[in-house]
Design a protein around this ligand. Sequence first.
Ligand code: PMP
Length: 423
Amino acid sequence: RTSTDRPLPVLGCDVTVPLVTGGEVTYAALDYAASAPALRRVWDDVAAYAPYYGSVHRGAGYLSQLSTDLFENSRRTVAGFLGCREDDQVVFTRSTTDSLNLLAAALPAGCEVFVFETEHHASLLPWRDARVSYLDAPRTSAEAVATLERALAGRDPKGPALVCVTGASNVTGELWPVRELAAAAHAHGARIVLDAAQLAPHHPVDIAELDVDWVAFSGHKLYAPFGSGVLAGRADWLRESEPYLAGGGASRKVARRADGGVDVEWHTTAARHEAGSPNVIGVYAIASACKALTDAGFDRLVERERELVARVRAGLAEVPEVRVLSLFGDDAPRVGVISFVVDGWNSSHFAAALSAEYGIGVRDGLFCAHPLVRTLLGGDTDDPGECGAPDAGPGERSLNAIRVSFGAGTPDEHVERFIGAVR
Ligand code: PMP
């Protein structure tokens, strides 16, 4: 092995966990799609900054000034990481869910929204107060573009519209044709927001090159689990809407009126949507993760991950009872997120056994993408709930699935242990 295909150092790689069979083993975190471990470098940066932590923006003291600089520099770092255009704003939020809800609250009056039913609930649900068209699951990436084209063709291009699409599925790991979908949206006068929660940790995301209007992602999936997220993109809708939260920091000027009410002049910068004391540590951690991934070289990370995906797919293919879930087919490009079912097994029991007997942490359930998982499993009439499902006996259809996911910190041994355990 060359130094270019080693995992990046992360926290938790030497944590040992007890096994039900006796003894203990180092924990194999294979649930990166839910939350990735912190990069060691992010943790070190946060620890080095922590003693200097101070309130941002209005503090006159030295540490407040230092924290303000770090906070605003972090904004510039994230803008650089995402290849933002000159006029784009980077708003710090709590998560992808928060970012998309913020954008939903900023939609212009009468805005139409177009979203595939296959989206994560964070991308599927925030728009319900708008005029939403839910698009059927496409079975190829070309069909996704054609479906969107068809849906947009009927609309009045003069009215505002938004398309919301994932960059990489949190269920199948498959990449969506973002550039083509953006071109289709723009050709019909619509804007597009990219849910990059699963894409950004695995692939470079260039907002200008993809020509999307906004990008949303979460720190805790990008190796910075400190409670922050990002919404970056076009300033106009954000500037023209009511603030997401009303409060200090978002307001430039507040004054009592003669009639006893209160007049407010809101900021027109990102601060408009960042009321309250911001999560400075979380924001600093995101910027640190952006720098760490850029320094490591995304090409290397993408290449190594491709290799791990191929190994896991090959390992799973050797087990006849395993069925890997896929919307776009076996050859579709994908990130390190793979969901599957095992004939004759309840997925929750299978995942529990991986943990109890092998120290492997995966996830089971419907992955906050109920319509997609139901489509992939062949549809069902029962509601299996959040993750519970009745036992699927031999020959019976599973009502939920198992997801294994990995990334820049995953050592070969975790992947090999997983393949061996499934076998
Ligand atoms: N979109 C996708 C594709 C996701 O995978 C997730 C998290 N599972 C989200 C959005 C929501 O992210 P968060 O929980 O950090 O808000």
